[in-house]
Design a protein around this ligand. Sequence first.
Ligand code: DOR
Ligand code: ZN
Ligand code: ZN
Length: 442
Amino acid sequence: MTILIKNGRVINPATKMDEIADVLVENGTVTKIEKGIKAKADREIDAKGCFVMPGFIDMHVHLRDPGFEKKETVETGCRAAAHGGFTTILAMPNTKPVVDNADVVNYVHNKAKTVGIVNVLQVGAVTKGQKGKEMADIEGMVAAGIPAISEDGKSVMNAELYREAMAKAAECNIAVLAHCEDINLVNGGVMNEDAHAKELGLKGITNSVEDVIVARDIMLCRDTGVKLHLCHCSTRDSVVMVKYAKEEGVRVTAEVCPHHFTLTSDDIHKIEPSMDPEKKVAIEADADTNFKMNPPLRSKEDVQALKEGLRDDVMDVIATDHAPHTFADKNTSMKKAPFGIVGLETAASLTYTELVEQGYLTPMQMAEKMSYNPARIIGLDKGDIAPGKVADIVIFDPKRTYTIDKNTFASKGRNTPFHGRKVTGKVRTTIVSGHVVYEENA
Ligand code: DOR
Ligand code: ZN
Ligand code: ZN
C-alpha cells in the first residue's frame, strides 16, 4: 500500500522542517519527503493548503474500558481519537478493575490491537486498586508494556508511598503522570472558588488544592530523579513552579488541556430546573454540568498564565483529559454530576483557534506540544515523520471553519462545553502506520 500526500505544508519538529513538500508512504513507513515526488501510488491525497504533521499523541485519555463501557469502550475511544487527529493515546488506569497488574494491561492492549484503529498505550496505576495504601505491581506492568504510572482521578496522598513508587518508576525508566489535587483541601468543592461560585451557591475549589501537590511532587521528583509529568495544570502558580523547577534542573514536564486555556469559571451558566422527558421527574439541574471537570475552569488570570506558559515552552504538552460520561450521569446537579468532559474530537481545532490564530503558538509549536514532546516524554519513537519513521500522520486544514456539533462525535460521550462553538482548523485525514483511519466526510 502506497500513499502519496501532495503539496502539503510539512511540519516536522524532529527535523525542524516547515516547508511545502510531498510525502511518500510505503508499507507503513515514510520513505520520502521532497518537492514534486513522482511515484505510482495506490492513493494520492491533495494536501494543498493543509498542515502535514506527525500524528497527534494524547497523553491523557479515559477509555473507561474495562468496567464503564456505557461511557466509552476501547473501540469508540479509538475512533474518537482518529477523528481528532490522534494516532497514539495513553489510557488512564481508573477503570473497573483498576489497571494495577499486567493482566488488565494486556486486556486493553489486546482489545486495542483487535480494534486496530490507533495505537493505545495503557498507563498503570501507582497503588493497588488506586486505594493509596500499597504499591501496584509496577514491574509486572512495565514488562507488559506500560510507558508510565499514574493515580489519575486523584493524588497519592501518602508522600512516602508516592516517593517509593517514583523511585521504582525511575528504576524502570518510565514516567509518572501526576494528577495534583489535595483531597483534604477539596472539601466538597465542585467549581473554582470565586465570586461566580458564590453567585451559583456552589462550593469552591481553591488554586491551592492543585498548587500544594504540584510543589510536593516537584520536590519528590528532585529526590528520586524520576521523569515527572504534571497532568492538566490549571493554575498560574503551577506555571510559575514548573518554570522554577526547570531552571533548577528538575526533570519535570507539564500539560495543559484545551478547556483550561479556552474557558473560564465565568462561562459556567445557570440552568433552570426542568423535567426529564423520559422519567417525568424533576432534574436537579443548577448549572451546566458539561462545564464540570477536575481541575475546574479557573480565572482569566490563570488562563492567561497557561497560554503564556505554552507560548514560552514552560508548558510542554497539550493533552485532552478526555473523560466521557453518559447523559444520565451528567443530567443532574453540579454537586452530584461526575467531573469530566470529552476532548479528543475538539482538541486540535481549539488549539489552533485559541493559540495558533491568536499568536501564542506557531504551527511548529502546535506539532511539538501535540505530538513530538509527548513522544519524547514517554520515550516513544514517534512524533517524527522523517524518512524511515512510521507513517503516523495527520493532515490538518487551518483554513476550515466550522461549528462544533456533539452529535457528530464518534465518542459515546457527548459531555462537551463546546457544542455550538465556532472554531477554525479541522482534521482532514488521520493515518496510522500507513493506513487511513479517518477521513473527513468519509
Ligand atoms: O475531570 C476529570 N475526570 N478529572 C479527573 O481527574 C478524572 C476524570 C474522570 O475519570 O472522569
Ligand atoms: Zn486527573
Ligand atoms: Zn484524567
